[in-house]
Write a protein that binds this ligand. Structure first.
Ligand code: ADP
Ligand code: MG
Length: 268
């Protein structure tokens, strides 16, 4: 059940970690030396080799880097769907490794929203039902959940499509349903894995504008994995990842430099 009210901020409940790199924002995610290896022996893949990163309250942090460098692994650890092997990772001041699996599921259900490249909508459910899934998982009654989901759909411009099915929507509209689903339980953090990769440029820009607007309106932190340098402009900071490590974090005018570097790397 979702017991958090809109006025109760989990951030004020933790001893806020201030980090100069966050420009005075409190860190809602703090990772230090995070290590993750898949498999063992000769087939071991060292996906994360000691990652240090903070995500500030209300910020949009982009995570960029070549395919296979560990981006999805890192956001999976942050979202609590994958265990790290070593290092520290706290989310809203809490450590998944100290939670039971049911406590962890509850924490995720309250605090984390997900947006994926391929939208991941359930084709046999209506759009309102899709957007209501996190509430239903949290134990809310169907009628209230659908009412809340329909409200969110209106916020993302799909109020009149609530009873439609995903297949009848364009890619951009489906991603907007996925954003409504990610927001419907009022999480504090949204992780997005390549949210614009399956969309054309204009639609991708609109999806990012929407994400930024809803994040600003709800004091949400966004952790966005992307290859798409056309959306770098939406970031507060950009973390550049390579081979299981974060090598550089840029802010402000650094966005432009990161975009240039990324374009140069991509053309090699
Ligand atoms: P990215 O999202 O940056 O493309 P990933 O985090 O998906 O990178 O993967 C990092 C590395 O870990 C890659 O070498 C990938 O092949 C490997 N990997 C990812 N998931 C698994 C898994 N479940 N089992 C084994 N290796 C994996
Ligand atoms: Mg990935």
């Amino acid at each position: 059940m979702n017991t958090s009210s809109p006025t109760e901020s989990p951030i004020s409940a933790i001893s806020a970690t201030l980090d100069s790199t966050l420009g005075g924002r409190a860190a809602v995610v703090r990772c230090r030396g995070v290590v993750k290896t898949y498999g063992s022996g000769n087939s071991a893949v060292r996906a994360l080799r000691g990652v240090d990163i903070d995500v500030g309250s209300g910020e949009l942090l982009m995570l960029v880097g070549p395919s296979g460098c560990g981006k999805t692994t890192l956001i999976s650890v942050v979202a609590g769907v994958l265990d790290r092997d070593a290092g520290e990772c706290t989310v809203l001041g809490e450590d998944y490794s100290k939670m039971s699996s049911s406590a962890r599921a509850r924490f995720r259900g309250r605090n984390i929203g997900f947006v994926f490249q391929q939208f991941n909508l359930i084709p046999t459910l209506s759009i309102a039902e899709n957007a209501a899934v996190p509430l239903l998982i949290n134990g809310m009654g169907r009628k209230q959940a659908l009412a809340q989901a329909t409200e969110l759909l209106a916020q993302v411009g799909l109020g009149d499509r609530a009873k439609d099915f995903p297949m009848r929507l364009s890619g951009g509209q489906q991603q907007r349903v996925a954003i409504a689903r990610a927001l419907v339980h009022r999480p504090r953090i949204i992780v997005c894995d390549e949210p614009t990769s399956a969309l054309d440029h204009v639609t991708g820009q609109k999806v990012m504008e929407l994400l930024r607007a809803v994040a600003a309106g709800n004091d949400l932190s966004l952790l966005v994995v992307t290859h798409d340098q056309r959306i770098f402009e939406f970031a507060d900071r950009i973390a550049e990842m390579d081979d299981g490590r974060i090598n550089r974090v840029s802010t402000g005018a650094g966005h432009a430099r990161a975009a240039v570097r990324y374009a140069e790397d991509a053309s090699k």
